[in-house]
Design a protein around this ligand. Sequence first.
Ligand code: UD1
Length: 348
Amino acid sequence: MGKRQVLVTGGAGYIGAHTAVELHAAGYEVIIADNFSNSSPGVLEGIERITGVKPVFHRIDCADRSQMVTLFKEYPGIEAVIHFAAFKSVGESVLNPLAYYRNNLLSMINLLGEMSVRERGGCIVFSSSCTVYGQPAPEHLPVSEEAPLQVAASPYGRTKQICEDILSDTVKASEGKLKAISLRYFNPVGAHPSAYIGELPGGVPQNLLPFVTQTAAGLRECLNIFGSDYNTPDGTCIRDYIYVCDLAKAHIKALERMTSVASGTGENMEYFNLGTGKGLSVMEVVKGFVAATGVDVPYKITGRRAGDVEQVWADPSKANRELGWRADTPMDQVYRSAWEWEKRIRNL
Ligand code: UD1
């Protein structure tokens, strides 16, 4: 029997690339579809250096239906799809909502269109986000899957909510042919221990850890901490930072759950929160990074960033229990991995 084929859309992206590596390690044949809109061919080389195998790659825009039709024709054996391909900048989505709706929704619709018309159906893992919960009420912290969803604070967040709805409606209509798991990520950070792949933001980093590592590397003068007057112990926002390799492994667990005949959960669409269960403040992250790496990170406190939620962290017990998965890499190791990656790409 040949290897089981898994299509990874957005597989040249940050989480996609780390997941492609884990899929390879778990014995799957990985087919990557990516249009390099926020990544580059160098990522594929990084994957190859780690796995020793050149990933099958197609430069494809998933939002273009004809390209997806061709891809599925070429690979009728695809058993499952992990769907990462999407735009992900909150701020950009506010400025250019149509680009977000067009790209994120059409990609999902095209993918499900192709999966639905196949006799064999298939399994889908969707890359969702804790943003669907907004700022949870205090009684919902840490956030479990039962917490109410709230009106999204950005078009980006809304695309995640709408995609989850599109997915669940389509799974329902497929009468058992399709199965799906939506993984709601908290804040993915860090890089592969080899330092061959990691997070590489284009332009000025929007996310915290890339800004921290670029400041440590001297590319940025100073980290701006967005607000220290929040209702948290040290006044800075709290998030659940999860190591990207731990996160990547959860995708394999999700696939196994859907494809194993024995599991028989009865639910064809499921949702899982992926986090560590521990919240860290911005200040704790900065101090933790400095302690773990011994490298200084100059910072100053500036005003709040529009649209930031004050505090959110996961109750990952459903994923721990049902997927048999846990994010347990110590944070100092995570910080060091991010720093090793930054040093490698800057030749430091
Ligand atoms: C947000 C979304 C997340 C989404 C992600 C995509 C929420 C809760 N989270 O993550 O769902 O997938 O964007 O990019 O809506 N910070 C600074 N200085 C910086 C950068 C960040 O102080 O230069 C602070 C932020 O104010 C925040 C924390 O660091 O408190 C984390 O920020 P970031 O890494 O951007 O992630 P989120 O905003 O949590």
